[in-house]
Design a protein around this ligand. Structure first.
Ligand code: RB5
Length: 145
């Protein structure tokens, strides 16, 4: 049973749709409430449209997961919104530090970069790791805006 039970918003472009669907099933099995914002097929779409959809729906009691081919385009778009701290992660260590140091609220993944099993472990780590709340990290996050 997961410790954190925040709602998870998921969105992807065609480069991330397979991984998104895999993670949706995985997270629902873990007991998370998951909101799937598309895309739903392999037809080519524009990643900024789906990043925008997720960012617009993101609330303080939710995490977001954005997936495109590399995760790069999604992270660029997501971080244009001041309430978003999106972290493109390719390792479990990056996911842990994104939460502990950056209090990231959106995880970006590359559907063409990482294997589904690693992606699931990265997602677990991201969702289950708390922000440390240490003064230096709060200070640095405050300076982002
Ligand atoms: C789409 O081909 C690809 O550019 C997109 O999925 C993503 O990798 C962009 O950053």
């Amino acid at each position: 049973m997961a410790i954190s039970m925040k709602t998870v918003l998921l969105a992807a472009d065609h480069g991330g749709v397979i991984l998104k669907n895999t993670l949706k099933s995985y997270l629902r099995q873990q007991g998370y409430t998951v909101s799937d914002l598309g895309t739903d097929s392999s037809a080519s779409v524009d990643y900024p449209d789906f990043a925008k959809r997720l960012v617009n729906g993101l609330t303080a009691d939710a995490y977001g997961i954005l997936i495109c081919g590399t995760g790069i385009g999604m992270s660029i778009r997501a971080n244009r919104d001041p309430k978003v701290r999106a972290a493109l992660c390719t390792s479990v260590e990056m996911a842990r530090l994104a939460r502990e140091h950056n209090d990231a609220n959106v995880l970006c993944l590359g559907g063409r970069i990482i294997e589904p099993s690693l992606a699931a472990t990265i997602v677990d780590t991201f969702l289950q790791t708390a922000f440390t709340g240490e003064e230096r990290h709060v200070r640095r996050i405050t300076k982002l805006s």
